[in-house]
Design a protein around this ligand. Structure first.
Ligand SMILES: Nc1ncnc2c1ncn2[C@@H]1O[C@H](COP(=O)(O)OP(=O)(O)OP(=O)(O)O)[C@@H](O)[C@H]1O
Ligand SMILES: Nc1nc2c(ncn2[C@@H]2O[C@@H]3COP(=O)(O)O[C@H]3[C@H]2O)c(=O)[nH]1
Ligand SMILES: Nc1nc2c(ncn2[C@@H]2O[C@@H]3COP(=O)(O)O[C@H]3[C@H]2O)c(=O)[nH]1
Length: 932
């Protein structure tokens, strides 16, 4: 049996704060900080049980050995000697995570509100895109009650000139009761706006009510759940409203015929209102009091209003659909829709005799037929005041006819001109859609014929068009291969949140490197995928994507950054259906095809490798010998029954011990990172298993043994040998860091040689995928190798790996790491004094020491590899001058030490390990490991 001895260090160390006053003070400070942070009640409740007060650490003297030759002894202190301290550090990280989560939750609840509906309110998707332009609830809060109502309410009273009547005058509107039975199922067309409201109950209420009422209502809203509750919230809000009409401003000669009369029969289109109006028409009559204020406004051109027009195109599109919908006879329409989609049939049952669709199940869902659309004749100012009438005589009628043809209204807000509208345009939908006060003033500037639709009718139309659109989208999604197996209700949910966007040829729909939050499905046209080559500005063509293809999933699965460019290719543009991150995560991200459709070569290769092992079970494995002992159990050399040509390493980890040391998350991350990595300098994980007691990882076996064992035997390595091994680690780090994965446990024990003598990184227990620009705080690693920022709990990232690379170089060149104390606390003290306090032995060349010093900078930002040039700065350092990187990458470079491996079951390069004295661990069937 070989004995492992950690170079130059006592193996027993009591983790005592008294051991180091400086460290004591440091941890005291950290503790105080943790305690302050833990004021968050939720954080406290979760964290307290595990939080170890530092002084308790003195009570738990523990072994701290990097030597892992005896069963159960781990070399990473998190698992062993100072586990209490690490627990405290874990607690700190937990608090942070909880804080981050609660911050995220808060961010989510920071919902947008319409501080000023100066233009159309964007849909959730648009809102996402235009985030900066919109006011968040938080920003808005202090002024909540100043929002629209006050100013807008004033307007009709104060600002109304005697002769001016506004097209939309909420103050006179009689309220219509909303028929409840129609609302028991949430009309899909309204869901979008409702969803938005439900995401922002306070803001939508505060648009209209007093603060106390708002609060009360939002509380009530929040207490509801489910779609019908959502709707009832909506409806109660709607009941308070005074804005109940949408106006379709039409050119008279292009009037759309209203649907055939039902009860009560709608008025036929008329130019002049002559007889007394019915109740519903009364609301319309006010539209007939439109006066032309200035007469001169016709000179404003449409182009001035162009930008606003574009933001509202989506909404207008729905409304134009609504108008179209009106032209259809109801039965015909229902029939048509049913033919279009069987799904629609389910949603929209056959119409009943009274003109409403009835729920087939008799549960009260019906789609009422739109009944009211009333033509309105407006009188232009000239006629009312008689000014021009008197002036013009002969040509008056023609002129009048001309003006009617051009029927125009002016949109203004707070007296500021916004736009002039003419033709078949829709006005007044916002107040109805969003249950808010009118957001603009509409004034007739010529004689106009307007058609008014009442709230209820408008909503019915929207509901119907919404249903049609939803059915269309759902049908389209069904034709998309990746979605074809999804359940109908999932497809409906997706189509409910889809937004259609259009792009012109040459537009960059997605730009590589940009942050992305959306997923796209192409509904029309073609796009080009390109990827910018490293170190050049050139874009390499990857593929074309067309109708039914998707893109944008990678940024949502990874760290937000787009991995390729998507450019609109079709001459007549591209249309995409866009899905937000939340829906993507909930409904789409788990589809296998989504995960792997655009895998790069490495990932595809990796998948193929994993496929090979799909049918291997634990029972197919035969244990040959023990290769090593880690913190959670043993690593066995195994072969599969029936194939003696290969061998594998099977890492067996005690579940109970993982739970005890709270390493569940780390183990899951180890599995994920190793299972996906496809780098020849990283040990491959082929398959995982689990039973009641253990988790297992089936890995490639590296029979050359640990680099640590060779170092121990040789004492130290020469410059060239060290360079080779360091270069292997640089390659592994290059792979990991380019994927934003931090390794955090570099040391010779975790570097295994394959039979050729190439080094591979093993043990990814502390590896972690970081979000771009984010840091992590878990206090983990091996004392001699941890970077100062880890000790100081300042948060660390991949730069901590560069520190440990410098330490590794030093240890390989000298046999001892530069920062070595008799116990971890002393080691930390030495680390905090910095690399400049370390004496470099003579055998370390000037170039080597220069590189080590550049890697071991106190300030993480100054470390070589972490700066602009990235890891290539290390490769270009003069210590590596002449090193054959290409040969290393292609495994053509001859390694400095060729281990002796006689067969696939030769374990001569490993120490011998006695059987586990502890016996089998208790069962753990709590299920935390279900994804392992
Ligand atoms: N793929 C492999 N091929 C050969 N030996 C291996 C392999 N994986 C692990 N070993 C041996 O088993 C030992 C323990 O493995 P590993 O470091 O992965 O376990 P661990 O529980 O994470 O250990 P640690 O306590 O260092 O965190 C290694 O040091 C090595 O000697
Ligand atoms: N807020 C706003 N409304 C506009 C604009 N252009 C046309 N409108 C219409 O003006 C209407 C005023 O009443 P609504 O708020 O109900 O709905 C509004 C829109 O239909 C614009 O640029 N901004
Ligand atoms: N990285 C990569 N992305 C591709 C490829 N082919 C298509 N894409 C898509 O291009 C998209 C760019 O944005 P994302 O990174 O979010 O998601 C990406 C993929 O959906 C490919 O070969 N590689």
């Amino acid at each position: 049996m070989k004995i492992k001895h950690y170079p130059g260090k006592a193996v027993d160390a009591s983790l005592s704060l008294e051991g180091s006053n400086a460290m004591g003070a440091l941890y005291e400070a950290n503790w105080l900080r943790a305690a302050t942070q833990a004021q968050t009640q939720t954080a406290l409740s979760q964290v307290q049980p595990q939080t170890a007060y530092p002084t308790q650490l003195t009570r738990s003297p523990s072994k701290l050995s990097r030597q892992s030759s005896s069963a159960g002894s781990g070399s990473s202190f998190l698992l062993e000697g100072i586990s209490a301290l690490s627990k405290y550090q874990i607690a700190l990280e937990n608090i942070r995570q909880l804080e981050q989560q609660s911050q995220q939750a808060r961010d989510k609840s920071i919902v947008s509100t319409i501080k000023e509906l100066n233009g159309y309110r964007p849909s959730p998707m648009q809102h996402h895109h235009q985030h900066n332009g919109w006011v968040t609830e938080e920003q808005d809060h202090p002024q909540k009650n100043k929002v629209l109502p006050d100013e807008e309410k004033k307007k009709p009273q104060e600002g109304t000139p005697a002769v001016n009547h506004y097209v939309l005058d909420p103050t006179e509107r009689a309220r219509l009761p909303r028929p409840r039975q129609q609302l028991s199922v949430k009309p899909p067309s309204l869901r979008r706006s409702q969803t938005m409201m439900m995401q922002q109950p306070p803001s939508y209420v505060t648009l209209r009510t007093s603060p106390s009422k708002s609060f009360h209502k939002s509380q009530k809203n929040l207490s509801h759940s489910g779609s019908s509750a959502t709707y009832s919230t909506f409806s109660s809000a709607a009941d308070d409203q005074d804005q109940d009409q949408v106006v379709i401003c039409q050119q008279p000669q292009r009037l759309i015929s209203p649907p055939p009369p039902r009860e009560p029969p709608p008025e036929p289109p008329r130019r002049v209102v002559t007889k007394p109006l019915t109740r519903s028409q009364t609301s319309v009559q006010r539209y007939a009091t439109i006066r032309l204020p200035h007469g001169q406004s016709t000179s404003f051109s449409r182009s001035i209003a162009q930008p606003r027009e574009s933001t509202s195109s989506l909404r207008r599109h729905s409304l134009e659909q609504a108008i179209k919908g009106l032209k259809m006879e109801e039965e015909e329409m229902a029939k048509d829709v049913r033919q279009k989609s069987p799904l629609m049939e389910r949603l929209s049952p056959a119409p009943s005799s009274n003109g409403s669709s009835k729920d087939l199940n008799g549960e009260g869902f019906c789609i009422p037929r739109p009944r009211l659309i009333v033509p309105v004749h407006t009188y232009a100012r000239r006629r009312r005041t008689g000014n021009l009438k008197e002036q013009s005589s002969g040509g008056q009628e023609e002129e009048e006819a001309d003006t009617k043809k051009d029927g125009r209204v002016e949109v203004s807000r707070e007296g500021k001109y916004l736009s002039t509208l003419s033709g078949a345009k829709v006005l007044g939908e916002l107040a109805i859609l969003y249950n808010c006060q009118r957001t603009a003033t509409i004034t007739a500037i010529t004689e106009c014929n307007l058609w008014a639709i009442e709230r209820q009718c408008f909503q019915t139309i929207m509901m119907r068009t919404g249903l049609i659109r939803q059915a269309e989208y759902t049908d389209f999604l069904k034709s998309v291969p990746i979605f074809k197996d999804l359940a109908d209700d999932t497809l409906i949910k997706i189509s409910d949140v889809l937004e259609e966007t259009h792009y012109q040829r040459g537009d960059y729909i997605v730009r590589q490197g940009a942050r992305g939050d959306t997923f796209f499905i192409i509904s029309k046209g073609k796009v080009r995928v390109t990827i910018k080559q490293q170190d050049t500005q050139e874009e390499k063509f990857i593929r074309m994507l067309g109708k039914g293809d998707f893109f944008g999933e990678k940024a949502l699965q990874g760290d937000d950054l787009r991995t390729a460019n998507i450019i609109c290719e079709s001459a007549d543009g591209v249309s995409c259906l866009v899905i937000d991150r939340e829906t993507f995560n909930q409904l789409i991200s788990n589809l296998d095809e989504i995960k792997h459709r655009y895998d790069d070569e490495g990932a595809m290769e990796r998948r193929k490798i994993n496929e090979e092992f799909r049918d291997i079970n634990l029972t197919d494995l035969r244990v040959i010998a023990t290769l090593g002992v880690g913190g959670f159990g043993r690593v066995e050399l195994v072969q599969t029954n029936g194939d003696s040509s290969r061998s594998f390493a099977l890492k067996q980890m005690k579940k109970s011990q993982i739970v005890e040391t709270r390493q569940q998350q780390h183990i899951m991350s180890e599995k994920e990172i190793m299972g996906e990595a496809n780098c020849q300098f990283i040990v491959k994980l082929f398959k995982t298993f689990k039973d009641k007691k253990y988790l297992y990882m089936l890995m490639e076996s590296c029979l050359g043994g640990e680099l640590w064992t060779i170092l121990r035997d040789k004492g130290n390595f020469d410059d060239g040998t060290t360079r080779f091994y360091t270069a292997c680690v640089v390659e592994a780090f290059d792979y990991l860091h380019s994927r934003n994965i931090i390794y955090r446990d570099l040391k010779p024990e975790n570097l295994l040689l394959n039979e050729r003598g190439y080094v591979k990184l093993v043990d990814f227990g502390f590896a972690k995928k970081l979000q771009t620009g984010r840091k992590t705080w878990t206090f983990c690693g091996t004392p001699e190798y941890v970077a100062p920022e880890v000790i100081l709990n300042r948060g660390h990232d991949i730069s901590a790996d560069y520190w440990s690379l410098g330490v590794l170089m030093f240890e390989l060149l000298t046999g001892t790491p530069p920062f070595t104390g008799s116990d971890p606390m002393r080691t930390y003290n030495i680390i905090l004094k910095g690399i400049d306090a370390i004496e470099f032995p003579r055998n370390i060349t000037r170039n080597a020491s220069n590189l080590i010093k550049k890697l071991c900078r106190d300030n993480p930002a100054e470390r070589l590899g972490y700066q602009r040039g990235g890891i290539s700065e290390i490769q270009k350092h003069k210590w590596f001058d002449g090193f054959y990187w290409w040969g290393l990458q292609n495994c053509t470079l001859e390694p400095p030490i060729k281990p002796s491996v006689k067969s696939v079951v030769d374990t001569a390069n490993f120490d011998d390990y006695p059987p586990d004295p502890e016996g089998p661990p208790p069962d753990d069937v709590t299920g935390w490991d279900k994804d392992f």
